[in-house]
Design a protein around this ligand. Structure first.
Ligand code: PGA
Length: 274
């Protein structure tokens, strides 16, 4: 059974005070709405400067905290960068790697994504590795090739045992922050393609419980309260990476509830098969 993951990417928004208030409202909302229920992994990803405050605010709850980026080296003369050991030292559990905004505006490549994923895993951080095609690539029918290439290059030289700790997010670049949702059947198809690609890279014994079957694949790109139920009802979308709608508790809480519904459905399916 795969985990359901609902991650909020706060991007370059929120001061420390605003971040604390949002985290507080989310913890209270989860407690009020979902106490005693199976919860998705809820991961809040604020800016670096807000990480300690958000970690402190969610302490004692099930909410986890992730960074939005990291360097691939452990330390050194790299002005402005943050290293994995600095994140783990304050108990950050996740890190978004290779978000399309990093690829587009900060020159990240599949190679640096690979180095970062490797370094995150080395330090026990869960990487949320983002892949996705641009509108131009989709229009030229290159989506599948781009996705396969990004997954394959991003996971180069990573062992099967290590890759099992990964989360992947399919984020079509043209759907991010645009209000344009990728049609749900298509999003599910690409998420499945990601799993098939990982399965080809790590064939193992191909039995049930194989590594590719256990890796959560999330969808991201204009996810909202009004889209989450349908997205969570798909076979291969295991959660969501949410930008704009993660910035207000009243918009993010229904998305978390959508994730909880998927958890409930999979618990039900497991019980029914016993
Ligand atoms: P969006 O962003 O939900 O605002 O489209 C998603 C993301 O960039 O992760």
């Amino acid at each position: 059974m795969r985990k359901t993951v609902i991650a909020g990417n706060w991007k370059m928004h929120k001061t420390v005070d605003e971040a604390r208030e949002l985290a507080k409202a989310l913890v209270a909302g989860i407690q009020a709405d979902l106490a005693g229920q199976a919860l998705p992994d809820v991961v809040l990803c604020p800016t670096f400067v807000c990480l300690p405050e958000v970690l402190n605010t969610v302490k004692g709850s099930a909410v986890q905290v992730g960074a939005q980026n990291m360097d691939y080296r452990d330390s050194g003369a790299f002005t402005g960068e943050i290293a994995a050991p600095m994140l783990t030292a304050i108990h950050v559990s996740h890190v978004i790697i290779g978000h399309s905004e990093r690829r587009q505006y900060f020159a990240e490549t599949n190679h640096t994504v690979n180095l970062k994923v490797k370094n995150a895993l080395k330090h026990g951080l869960t990487p949320i590795m983002c892949v996705g095609e641009t509108l131009g690539e989709r229009d030229e029918n290159l989506t599948d090739n781009i996705i396969k290439h990004q997954v394959t290059a991003g996971l180069a030289e990573i062992s099967e045992a290590e890759v099992a700790k990964l989360v992947v997010a399919y984020e079509p670049v043209w759907a991010i922050g645009t209000g344009k949702n990728c049609e749900v059947v298509e999003a599910n198809r690409v998420c499945k393609l990601i799993r098939t690609t990982i399965n080809e890279l790590y064939p193992g014994d191909k039995g049930p419980g194989h590594v590719a079957d256990s890796i959560p694949v999330l969808y991201g790109g204009s996810v909202k309260a009004s889209t989450i139920e349908e997205q969570m009802a798909q076979t291969d979308i295991d959660g969501a990476l949410v930008g704009g709608a993660a910035l207000k508790a009243e918009e993010f809480l229904p998305i978390i509830r959508g994730g909880a519904k998927r958890c409930k459905a999979s618990v039900g399916a497991v019980n029914a098969s016993k």
